[in-house]
Write a protein that binds this ligand. Structure first.
Ligand code: NAP
Length: 506
């Protein structure tokens, strides 16, 4: 398995529950937690309610707020690793640099920064928002002060009293701005496209509620269920009736007008696309921060940098001491795709050619025994990704069980099954707000296709991933009589040709 965020850790738990213990979790960093380890910027929090943004099998009765802060989510993931005894399976500082399907050995040969290993099955849970996107802006590299991405925050640099530029107005930026504004001498916000920002109904969860959730677990399950249902109800508007979202825009407009009286600033901050086309943001303190006298909202992208001077696309220039890039992630061009090679030797990135596709968001034709967690078209704009991850994990467990039952070394997705699945997604995508809403977003690839989001309910996705349909897969390589399955073979029993990390067995 690759990655130790929600996807990798969840996979570890589910594998153990299925009686499979012969696995390793390869983690490129020296700590677990995925995006909740990497994003430590001030104000970092989740915009999905806490009781929904956690594993169904590991409820946390002690969430302190209705929307969890990053340190609490990170601690939760650490707790999951401890509770399910996953730490012994994790290999830190083991970045996968190459993984290729070996047709002779009928397994995966992986190269990591800590050595090589072989695996019967690879589960890639590397996340869709893991690799920071640094914009290609002339002069940025020569900027004399600190330049850091929101997901690589420089905690050693003190922003107090400094002139700070924030580039971007996505989910990260709107959390950063209210934290930086009070301490910065000047904050210059480069806004290429304004966001729709709804109020965040955040509150402390009382001690009484926490006690109740701890002592009467069904009470927490009920709370989670109501949150789930209320979020699920948005899906119709996002995927079938975007016109319904226009009513919600009024709430966002009120959220803005409450905080901002200057008509010129309001005009700059008012989006010209349908709410939901880009990710809907939640904040109570973003607009109040923008109304402060030490803030410049530049309704234009950052064009180029000359020394300390930042010039916007509209020609205006601003002198700053530090630059914060809240410019998002490589979501439609995930770097791991360039490192995984399938049956014909081509990488996933080469096969996809800028247009990610997978069968049920999980497997890819030509890449036997490779399972992607949060693969193409599994993203959500209306509910918790943890729900999707758990659906995918059920599918993967069923895949592994089916492999165990058959005398084959692997399953490879049938190209026509993958094509059918993607065509159905394509058909449904046409009606969604992400296609019709009149915006450009990170959900779309260069061709304007949406390979990131799931255009339906989480219920539909769960039904589609409950179990594998064997007709959608072709068998790869007969196993010889007596040869046992991946889960049944221990590290020491691997053939001599199979290498292991640090020679310690894999
Ligand atoms: P993002 O939504 O992709 O936003 C990137 C921002 O950078 C956009 O506003 C983009 O403008 C801007 N940008 C890029 N190049 C620019 C340039 N040259 N000049 C000016 N602006 C430029 O990235 P993100 O905010 O990191 O969020 C990514 C995703 O992570 C979210 O959508 C969400 O799924 C997740 N996330 C969630 C939370 C949460 O739960 N609270 C917090 C953070 C992130 P355009 O809009 O014009 O492209």
């Amino acid at each position: 398995m690759i990655g130790t965020g929600f996807g990798g850790l969840g996979a570890g738990v589910r594998l153990k529950a299925a009686g499979i213990s012969d696995f390793v979790l390869l983690e490129r960093a020296d700590a677990l937690g995925g995006t909740w380890r990497d994003n430590t910027y001030p104000g970092c929090a989740c915009d999905v309610p806490s009781h929904l943004y956690s594993f169904s099998f590991a409820p946390n009765p002690d969430w302190s707020h209705s929307f969890s802060r990053q340190p609490e989510i990170r601690a939760y993931l650490d707790g999951v690793a401890d509770r399910y005894q996953l730490r012994d399976h994790i290999r830190f500082a083991s970045e996968v640099t190459d993984a290729r399907w070996d047709p002779d050995r009928r397994n995966w040969q992986l190269v990591t920064t800590r050595g090589e290993l072989a695996a019967d099955v690879v589960i890639a849970a590397t996340g869709a928002l893991a690799e920071p996107r640094r914009p290609d802006i002339g002069g940025l590299d020569a900027f004399p002060g600190p330049v850091f991405h929101s997901a690589r925050w420089d905690h050693d640099y003190d922003l107090a009293g400094k002139r700070v530029a924030v580039i971007g107005t996505g989910a990260s930026a709107i959390q950063i701005v209210p934290e930086v504004q009070p301490e910065a001498k000047r904050l210059v916000l480069f806004q290429r496209t304004p966001a729709w920002v709804l109020p965040r109904n955040d509150r402390r969860i009382s001690r009484l509620e926490r006690w109740l959730f701890r002592t009467v677990p069904p009470a927490q399950r009920l709370a989670r269920f109501f949150l789930y249902i209320s979020h699920e109800s948005y899906v119709v508007a996002f995927t079938k009736r975007p016109e319904m979202l226009k009513a919600v825009q009024n709430i966002a407009i009120r959220n803005m007008t409450r905080a901002i009286s200057d008509p010129e600033l309001r005009a700059k901050l008012t989006p010209q696309y349908v709410l939901g086309c880009k990710r809907v943001l939640l904040s109570n303190d973003y607009y109040p921060a923008l109304a402060q006298p030490n803030v410049d909202v530049v309704a234009s992208g950052l064009a180029h940098v000359d020394g300390n001077v930042l010039t916007a696309d509209d020609g205006n220039a601003y002198t700053v001491d530090a630059i914060i890039l809240a410019t998002g992630f490589h979501a439609v061009d995930v770097p791991i795709a360039g490192r995984i090679r399938g049956t014909d030797g081509r990488s996933l990135a080469e096969c996809w050619d800028g247009d990610m596709r997978a069968l049920r968001g999980t497997t890819v034709a030509g890449f036997p025994n490779l399972c992607l967690v949060v693969g193409p078209n599994t993203g959500l704009a209306h509910s918790s990704m943890v729900h999707i991850i758990e659906s995918q994990l059920s599918y993967i467990i069923d895949y592994l069980k089916a492999l165990d039952l058959e005398t084959v070394a692997g399953f490879d997705a049938q190209p026509d099954a993958q094509t059918r699945w993607c065509a159905d997604i394509e058909r449904r995508m046409g009606r969604t707000v992400w296609t019709t809403g009149g915006c450009e977003s990170w959900y779309l690839n260069a061709a304007g296709r949406n390979p990131t989001l799931w255009p339906g309910s989480t219920i539909r996705f769960r039904r589609a991933t409950r179990s594998i349909d064997r007709r959608e897969y072709r068998s790869v390589g007969e196993r010889s009589v007596g040869e046992r399955s991946a889960g049944e073979r221990s590290a020491g029993e691997r053939s001599a040709g199979e290498r292991s990390v640090d020679g310690a067995g894999d």
